[in-house]
Write a protein that binds this ligand. Structure first.
Ligand SMILES: C[S@@+](CC[C@H](N)C(=O)[O-])C[C@H]1O[C@@H](n2cnc3c(N)ncnc32)[C@H](O)[C@@H]1O
Length: 354
């Protein structure tokens, strides 16, 4: 690749989702400037990243479901010599305007990428010291971040991200640790969703002790556990058994019922839903809950089909938007394929004031 101009982007994604990531970006770009012909990006399957050239468009990180990180790509170094990687990288950075607030050395989220982590750990202080001496790297989190992405040990992509339009986490991965008391690993999905979708003040405002929630498809109880540990009372709906800390918790009422038929006795604050079902069916259910006024906020998972994943996502989210618009409900909806999501995405939907 030649040195790209300002309109080249580097996006990270879950390995295996490169097509979805690229298709989604191209679609957004076409919506902004429909007449523009955009070059089809060369996709490397299972690489965990996508490079894409667009004409003038601005992308909004929050609108991208399959992108973990959004980076403006400034320069690519196709061949890095093993003897001196530092000089060509510093030379490329010297040609970039402005200063940077953070330096992130990143690798693909693949097994090959993991093998590079030892190298990046050793390389980081060398590069950081040199950039600090040149006053190109200063401690200011408001300044753009400098990303040096190593697809492998002998090439590098150099780009920057806007802290207001990107993920705040290195490699775009908001990792969670598995709490010993939680009954399932799924708990990390809801923990990540809360951190990704809500800032600290929203978390404090929207997840308060004394609130009421319904968890559809709750068993064995990882999502329920995230809620009860915040003091929220949960009606856990699932024919399967609740386990561990969620089984006998005083704030949990377990109902062995069909989540698609369950109706709450009175409105609750939260609906969470992790049932394994077709996205269209879950989307209709979520629309029904909001239309009936049964909840104010929801976090739910949409399991993706093997093929036409973006089409299924668009159709499900489009269906919810239409239903809420028809009902005159104001809302905010954000969807993301989280790090702890596999063949699925997670959605946050909340009612807003008019
Ligand atoms: C991925 S698991 C949920 C894991 C859970 N969120 C946790 O953190 O432990 C999906 C659950 O949905 C339940 N489920 C699927 N269809 C359902 C339905 N129609 N009604 C109620 N539960 C359902 C299954 O029994 C299963 O326990």
């Amino acid at each position: 690749m030649k040195n790209p101009t300002e309109n080249n982007w580097l996006l990270y994604c879950r390995p295996g989702f490169e097509q979805d990531c690229a298709q989604e970006v191209l679609r957004l770009a076409r919506q902004q400037r429909p007449v523009t012909v955009i070059e089809q990006p060369a996709i490397q399957a299972d690489s965990g990243y996508v490079q894409i050239a667009l004409n003038e468009q601005t992308l909004k990180y929050r609108e991208l479901i399959f992108s973990r990180q959004l980076i403006r790509l400034h320069h690519s170094i196709a061949v890095l010599s093993e003897r001196d990687r530092l000089t060509p990288i510093l030379t490329a950075i010297a040609n970039l305007p402005g200063n940077f607030g953070t330096l992130w050395l990143e690798v693909p989220d693949t097994n090959d990428g993991k093998l590079l982590a030892t190298f990046t750990r050793r390389f980081q202080p060398l590069l950081e010291t040199a950039l600090r001496e040149q006053n190109r790297l200063v401690d200011d989190i408001k300044l753009p971040r400098l990303h040096i992405f190593f697809p492998d040990k002998s090439s590098a992509l150099i780009g920057s991200s806007d802290p207001h339009n990107s993920s705040p986490a290195i490699m775009g991965i908001v990792r969670q640790s598995m709490p010993a008391e939680a009954p399932s690993r799924s708990t990390m999905k809801l923990a990540e969703a809360i951190e990704v979708f809500m800032d600290r003040s929203e978390q404090t405002r929207l997840l308060r002790a004394g609130m009421q929630a319904v968890d559809l498809g709750a068993a064995p109880g990882g999502w329920t556990w995230q809620l009860v540990k915040r003091g929220i009372r949960v009606t856990a709906v699932d024919n399967g058994p609740m386990k561990g800390a969620s089984a006998k918790h005083p704030l949990v009422e377990h109902l062995k019922q069909d989540g698609f038929k369950f109706a709450p006795r009175k409105a609750v604050d939260w609906l969470v839903c992790d049932m394994v079902e077709k996205p269209a069916k879950v989307a209709t259910l979520i629309g029904d809950w909001f239309a009936a006024g049964w909840c104010k906020h929801a976090i739910f998972n949409l399991k993706l089909p093997m093929k036409q994943r973006l089409v299924a996502v668009d159709s499900a989210l489009g269906g919810i938007r239409k239903r809420l618009d028809d009902e005159g409900i104001n809302y905010k909806m954000i969807a993301k394929q989280l790090y702890h999501d596999r063949d699925e995405i997670t959605v946050f939907l909340t009612k807003t004031k008019g």
